[in-house]
Design a protein around this ligand. Structure first.
Ligand code: DP6
Length: 326
């Protein structure tokens, strides 16, 4: 039975995806832009095996129940449909990402799954098709097919909603410091949270405008390697996304006390002359965008505040790769 193993890295959105126009096909309300990170990734092996009577999904050495593996099986069904097969698969996945802690393990997981499952089924999909397939598992996975700075173009249907590389080979000496402030699974999933924002936040129409403006402004700033402009945009974009959680009915928040303390430290560092900016996804962990030259100052400061084992440093990372071919 052919096996394929793929590795995909997670990504951090600088201009966030927060809301779907189509919840089944995962078509987003807006485009978004991210940076793929080198330190956090998922390795996934897929084997289609005629002896199996159901899909078997093992993540981090734990077998998933049919309910927990629903999204994985959905992607496998799409692959089976394209490959015109009914054979079940053995999926074994190892996450090198703190799962569901706002470090977007679903992004690397579904990008790796799309790559490994399609190859194992004998399909040769180009990166656009892989991006569309990964999207069906989790929106942010759409972008993890590519390395560096990546734009997910919202599109309007399955065929037109996929990611494109904005700048794959990043020479800019930047880094992302991830502060693991709470390693536990998030209480409100991004799927539920963004849907609540779309349907109940009166600020949702304003968010769509914010994203359009931020995308238009951040792209030339990335090309110009203008650190303060890119940092200012990503920080305000994240805060405006989180304003959609507080303005939903009922309101919710992904921040905890440590998130607020970490954001204050970033502002203190900035006031003392070390340029750095924060962003948060659907969890309490703060990610700090900085210049590589400032890493010693920044990691020292956060190690003193939260402990060195909670301070992880990442740099721009690559797109999806196959570690073995069928
Ligand atoms: C805050 O991709 O996890 O990280 O499409 O429902 O699986 P689903 O959501 P998901 O949402 C990511 C939200 C975010 C912002 C981003 O990555 O753009």
């Amino acid at each position: 039975m052919p096996t394929s193993i793929a590795r995909a890295h997670t990504n951090i959105a600088l201009v966030k995806y927060w809301g779907k126009a189509d919840t089944d096909l995962i078509i987003p309300q807006t485009s978004s832009l991210s940076l793929t990170l080198d330190q956090f990734y998922t390795d996934t092996s897929v084997t289609f095996d005629e002896r199996l009577t159901a899909d078997q999904v093992v993540v981090n050495h734990q077998s998933l129940s049919p309910t927990a593996s629903r999204k994985v099986r959905h992607v496998l069904d799409l692959v089976r449909h394209q490959a015109q097969t009914t054979t079940f698969a053995q999926v074994t996945s190892q996450n090198h990402v703190p799962t569901a802690a706002g470090l977007a393990s679903s992004a690397s997981a579904f990008a790796a799954l799309a790559a490994a499952a399609s190859r194992a089924a004998g399909l040769t999909l180009d990166r656009t098709a892989l991006s569309r397939l990964a999207r069906r598992g989790s929106g942010s996975a759409t972008r993890s097919i590519f390395g560096g700075f990546v734009e997910w173009q919202a599109g309007h249907d399955d065929a037109t909603s996929y990611a494109v590389p904005f700048q794959e080979h990043v020479t800019w000496p930047i880094a992302m410091v991830a502060l693991v402030l709470d390693p536990h699974r998030k209480k409100v999933s991004s799927r539920q949270g963004m849907q609540a924002s779309v349907t109940t936040s009166p600020y949702y129409p304003a968010w769509r405008q914010v994203v359009a403006q931020d995308l238009a402004a951040i792209k030339p700033a990335i090309l110009a390697q203008d650190f303060p402009i890119v940092g200012t945009i990503l920080e305000s974009n994240a805060m405006r996304m989180h304003a959609l959680t507080l303005s939903a009915q009922p309101a919710y928040s992904y921040f905890n006390g440590d998130s607020l303390a970490a954001m204050q430290t970033v502002r203190d560092l900035r006031a003392a002359g070390t340029a750095c900016y924060y962003t948060l996804d659907a969890g309490p962990n703060v990610k700090v965008f900085c210049q590589a030259a400032d890493l010693p100052t920044i990691t020292q400061r956060f190690s003193a505040q939260f402990g060195a084992d909670r301070v992880l440093v990442a740099h721009p990372g690559p797109g999806v790769q196959w570690l073995s071919e069928p």
